[in-house]
Design a protein around this ligand. Structure first.
Ligand SMILES: [Zn+2]
Length: 451
């Protein structure tokens, strides 16, 4: 049985979240809805949730409301899909001198801190994150999925693939310490070092064997690697093609760190359509990205925060110098890509959190920077953080939009983030977080209903 309602008198405004969870009753959220599918706003809208999925979305009166449904009156708030950080690393690190810290901190401590960082991201409205390399994110993925840890859904790369002298090689350690297959030390950034198409295939298969949801590769040097530079291309086209082929055979995809122009072009030519950083993307890279319908994840946030906090946090000087050097050109090149029509997605690339600062939980900074630095409209930036980021996560058609049949990943925020993204920078403004139909944060009435 269904009923239509058109007047507010029909709304049951009582919030009994925990009993709702227990009863499994359909739930209707009524307020201002941001539709990231069409890029429109439904001023007086409703989202009907049943079990773990969205059943209907539309303006009040147009949606069918099940007879037994409980209705949440969210007038004055904005309802939008759960946000997605499409490139971040859960490491538990609290220092920018990460290798030194990792070598002296027990793995269990790093995992516990990582679990805490996941909570901070969830409370900030992030219901999915893409962990773009690192064993802690890989393992915490399972802890979140089984319900042990309260956090966003994690789509994890696990061990990333790097060539010898690549961005994922720690140049000042013996190479056998760096490779996950040979090391006897633990640090969150263990890689699979591989050279030549055959070794690359084998490394890709090893990453899959360890549970990777997708394969992460380093297609260029970078800011945070000691002896290379962002401009250096890494992996040959043949090597990249071999990895992409292995991913495809296992129904997965490849996500490339690519900062230099040549590395970006190689990755795109090799079949990679998720390109992180893209600092030096040139005209050829832009037209290839358009041709392949690739998504770029610029990750401006980490560069900005490294410049601001890096020195105090112990980030090595060689990394800081490169970060300072590239930020301006990075912004200019991403602006050109955006104006040419390349799709962008939000990713912070946070990989540590200096003591006394707040990185995790500030993931919406990337949404805000896409507006203030690159020139996206707030609504476009929200699409970058939902629909486009869902593509990067390999979850397009499942999350990132409020559509019937999609997973009920929904957040409710104070203010109008489609007009002013600053509201998302404060996690207290995120009053409700729902993941797969379960309410994991509820502060609509000013108090936390989460037990
Ligand atoms: Zn990264």
């Amino acid at each position: 049985m269904t009923r239509h309602f058109s007047s507010l008198r029909d709304l049951d405004t009582e919030l009994m979240v925990l009993s709702l969870l227990a009863s499994g009753e359909p739930l209707v959220l009524c307020g201002r809805v941001v539709d990231t599918s069409s890029g429109g706003i439904i001023e007086d809208g409703c989202v009907v949730v049943e079990g773990s999925v969205i059943r209907d979305v539309g303006s009040r009166g147009s949606v069918e409301v099940p007879e037994e449904a409980r209705v949440l009156d969210l007038r004055g708030y904005t309802i939008l899909p759960g946000l997605i950080d499409a490139h971040v690393h859960v490491t538990g690190l609290r220092s920018g001198d990460y290798v030194r810290e990792a070598l002296t901190t027990p793995a269990g401590v790093l995992c516990a801190r990582g679990a805490r960082d996941l909570e901070k991201m969830l409370d900030a409205g992030f219901t999915t994150i893409v962990d773009a390399g690192g064993v802690i994110g890989l393992h915490l993925r399972d802890a979140v999925a089984e319900g042990t840890v309260r956090g966003p859904r994690i789509v994890a790369a696990g061990y990333p693939l790097s060539q010898t002298f690549g961005h994922g090689d720690v140049h000042f350690l013996p190479v056998e310490y760096v490779d996950a297959r040979t090391t006897r030390i633990f640090q969150p950034f263990l890689s699979l070092i591989c050279d030549g198409a055959d070794e690359c295939r084998k490394a890709a298969r090893y990453a899959l064997r360890e549970g990777a949801d997708f394969i992460k590769i380093f297609a260029s040097g970078g800011v945070a690697s000691q002896r290379d530079r962002p401009e250096y291309p890494q992996f040959t086209l043949e090597e990249i093609k071999a990895i992409v082929e292995e991913a495809r055979r296992a129904r997965r995809f490849v996500h490339a760190h690519a900062e230099g122009a040549e590395g970006i072009i190689n990755a795109l030519r090799g079949g990679v359509t998720r390109i992180a950083h893209a600092i030096f993307i040139d005209d050829e890279g832009i037209s290839l990205a358009l041709e392949k319908n690739a998504v770029i994840i610029p990750t401006l946030s980490v560069v900005k925060l490294l410049v601001e906090h890096g020195e105090k946090a112990g980030v090595p000087s060689w990394a800081l110098e490169k970060a300072r050097e590239v930020y301006k050109i990075h912004v200019e090149n991403i602006r050109r890509a955006y104006r040419a029509g390349v799709r962008l997605a939000t990713g912070t690339d946070f990989f540590f959190e200096p003591l006394g600062t707040k990185f995790y939980g500030l993931n919406a900074l990337e949404i805000h920077l896409l507006v203030t630095e690159i020139g996206l409209s707030p609504l476009e930036a929200l699409i970058a953080a939902t629909k486009n980021a869902a593509y990067v996560a390999g979850l397009e058609g499942k999350v990132g939009e409020l559509k019937p049949g999609y997973l009920a990943d929904i957040i409710v925020v104070k203010g109008n983030p489609d007009q002013d993204t600053r509201t998302l920078l404060c996690p207290d403004n995120v009053v409700l977080v729902m993941k797969e139909g379960k309410i994991l944060k509820d502060r609509v009435n000013g108090q936390d209903a989460h037990a």
